[in-house]
Design a protein around this ligand. Sequence first.
Ligand SMILES: [Zn+2]
Length: 554
Amino acid sequence: MFDKLPYEIFEQIACKITQEDKISLAYVSKRLYKLIVPFIYRNIYLNETYHVSGDYDNSFGTCYWSVLTFPFINEDDINIENQISNKELAKIKFGYLVRSLTESPSRLCPLISRIRCTWHLDEDVMSDLLKLLSRYGSNVRFVDQFVRESVNDGLEPLSNQLKTLTLTPPTILPTHDGVYSSYLDRIDHLYLKCDLTQLEKLSIHVNALKYFKSLKTPMKIKSLVLNLRPDTLSLPGYDDTSENIKEIQYSDIFDTSALKQLEILSWYSRDDIPTANEGGPDSLYIKWGLEGFWKFHKLENLSLASLVYNEYFLKGCLVAFHDLKRLKLDYMGQFEFDVSLIRFLSKQKCGKKLQRFDIHCELNHQLFFPTADNPLMRLNFDNFCPCSKCKGTIHEVILKKVFPETRQKLIKNPSMFQARNFLYHMFFQYKIMPYTNIIEEIPAMGWDCVPIEIFVRNFNRNLQEINKVGKTSSNNITREDAIRLYHLYLHYLKDVFNVFEQSFPDLEYLTINGIPTKIVQVDELQSCAVPLFYNEGYKSNSVYELVDSESLFM
Ligand SMILES: [Zn+2]
């Protein structure tokens, strides 16, 4: 039946279904195979770590991108001999893709339009892929998210058809050396070869204000990734400070009405940040001329990553960008959750339009665990959600399994508190949340995360060690317990979620400290955040049962 649909309808469906469903369709019939294969190869995400599909909305990311699928390998598991590493497995999978393309290059390579790389892809396999695409990839338009110069070398034959340009850095990580002129010559070569009239996305690792001097008209690009690095702030030969030359601003380089997406990513390490004597961290905003972006009123998408927080700059952006729909704030160092900042944003024009918000901030949790520093503190659940599920989790999991001892015993051995800190283990030590980019909606990746079963095993092992009990202790937590603890934490954050839910009427996705949620409408008046991962029947505690006059008497 599916293969009898008019193509236009089939196309609409194919753009909305998961990668898994697309692959299943390919096996149904020859005709469906022919129809669906172009959608499988169109946008390829080359991942070097395992992909985690969400249980709440498993089409997230993969309705658009196709990823290399492979499972997580627990490299610490000594019971499995001769197992390969996650990195090797990723390389093998990447190799399989290139092998498939090599077997029918003129059929498959022209289907590829977009390739999103990741930084540590195997260089040899990548080089093979680029050779193939140079010859057969007649429809490749976008290749980005790489930092190695060798990728640009491989892309050179495609330079007149690409809509992306990455001016790669001199070295992957910044050094304390300045840049050499030979490096700038290579960048010049790339830049001169590119057709600026068709360029849509530019990623730049050198100081644009110094580098682009002789532009006649601003570039009409849609998307800019600006990498701030201490080694490419000054460019030898470009540092002409004679007074006759007008200071260049970003609006002289990029068309202010064309640019829709801006990502500013700082590569400054803590040691590179200017000290108070050197002007403090705010001086970096001035050196890189970032306030110049306030002129880009049409921006819809803003990501600030690894910069030191500067309230003045951020508020200027929020006031200026009336059409902002997606915002990511991931600062370096302390950035405390500030309700007044969220209220300020909600009062701006863009506050009414904001659809996706990704924020990393210190939540000032009131500690409820005793710690080695403060062993006399009692386990404190005063600020917890009073719902029956949370009460159950506190009694059946936290008190019975995680902290089963009497208070006296606990105080005698305070050094063991950390082993019981399930939040620390769940979100830092054996992180269960995959990296999810809600801003660009790319498939979730398990960069530094483990499946929840591994968290459970490791957490139990720690408990067994400090309690000196056997592996089959009745105090072991189960996978279900772990999910209950995770849901308890989400309920604990009710007030934080409420601020976002109530401030932004159009919010669709919200990520707080790496925990991605989707905002769902519960009834006419209420919406709430539900987790994308380990959702498993989650019910929000920020929704009230509305009793209307009719149901009252039913
Ligand atoms: Zn609750």
